[in-house]
Design a protein around this ligand. Structure first.
Ligand code: ATP
Length: 222
């Protein structure tokens, strides 16, 4: 049984924070592979300003090239309607019955799970790896989990167990203050994106094109 990580996001576009998050989760949890999975229709983001799925996936595919243990997955592009994580995980469990799935999320997303569509059901479907973002630590994540899911047990070394038998991990990560919102703004201003986005994706972003301008707005003249 392989331990597989699933990192979902709008990836509009993918950036260094997403990449580092995948690497840290893989090492801390001991995952064989992390699948970076752009959402088909991100349910928590406005459709306006969203680069079409195929472009977001292409950037992720370029980004993971040559990075040990990371892969791109177009799985959510095959399904229509909003990409709710609960549906994705149910479908993945059917597709990968022999694997132990770990859903990777930033701490701010984890704390918002009660507001997600059937978000509280996620621990019934998979383990969860919470990557600590500024303002969160393992103690605050543990306290939140204990009040939100009754019957949790502490298993030591930043690990807890849900009553359903799956695990909750906390993952430390160096703070990288980068966001897709900031990348899109810099892109429109024709600023250099080096070190903020994976270098293979940088080239294609620099080239741009009409799909990018339609989604992110017009770039300043070069
Ligand atoms: P936007 O700026 O468009 O809202 P974003 O940069 O927050 O996007 P998402 O694709 O929405 O990126 O994020 C997917 C996942 O990546 C979330 O779980 C989020 O917590 C995490 N994440 C985003 N940016 C960072 C970062 N700089 N460091 C660590 N994790 C991050």
């Amino acid at each position: 049984m392989a331990k597989i990580g699933i990192l979902g996001g709008s990836f509009n576009p993918i950036h260094a924070g997403h990449m580092r998050m995948a690497v840290e989760a893989r090492e801390t949890v001991g995952l064989e592979r992390v699948l970076l999975m752009p959402a088909g229709e991100p349910p928590h983001k406005p459709a306006q300003g969203m680069l079409p799925f195929a472009h977001r996936l292409r950037l992720v595919e370029l980004a993971v090239r040559g990075v040990t243990g990371l892969s791109a997955s177009g799985f959510e592009g095959t399904r229509s309607g909003p990409s709710y994580s609960v549906d994705t995980l149910l479908a993945l469990r059917e597709k990968m019955p022999g694997d132990e799935l770990h859903f990777i999320m930033g701490s701010e997303s984890f704390l918002a799970l009660p507001k997600w569509n059937r978000g509280l059901e996620l621990p019934h479907l998979c383990s969860i790896a919470v990557v600590l973002r500024p303002g969160a630590d393992s103690a605050s994540i543990a306290a939140f989990a204990e009040t939100t899911w009754p019957g949790m047990e502490r298993a030591g070394h930043g690990r807890m167990r849900f009553a359903s038998g799956t695990s909750l991990f906390t993952v430390d990560m160096p703070v990288l203050e980068v966001s897709s919102t900031d990348i899109r703004r810099r892109w429109c201003e024709r600023r250099c994106l080096a070190m903020l986005v994976p270098s293979a994706a940088e080239e294609i972003l620099e080239r741009g094109g009409s799909a990018y301008e339609q989604a992110w707005g017009q770039r300043v003249e070069s």
